[in-house]
Design a protein around this ligand. Sequence first.
Ligand code: 5GP
Length: 115
Amino acid sequence: MADDTIFHKIIRREIPADIVYEDEHLIAVRDISPQAPVHVLFVPKESFATLNDVPSSQAEVVGRLAVAAARYAKSEGFAEDGYRIVMNCNAHGGQTVFQIHLHLLAGAPLGHFGT
Ligand code: 5GP
């Protein structure tokens, strides 16, 4: 079901998660399998399986995730050191959970993307 991913269950408090931020539009949780010292997922409360499913008329859904990630980086004190945000899409992008989410990775030099 489109609204029955692991992230929907976290939003509905049906499974536990380390929630670091929440507002009326989105939730931010620590990734269960972190790929960097800081690895937080920003998930909208609106349901979209992939980035392909977000219409132009709802572009703000994606924009809010990026702005929330930057705000979190500032509040945690690593914005100036820097960070990476990533959104995976479908098989070639490595997407495994089909509710859109933005990965925020930080806490160490991550290297040049793709190298
Ligand atoms: P994707 O591969 O779809 O871009 O990212 C899905 C992410 O969700 C992965 O980084 C994975 O570790 C994370 N994840 C999967 N199951 C859970 C869970 O139950 N809780 C949390 N917090 N993260 C999860």
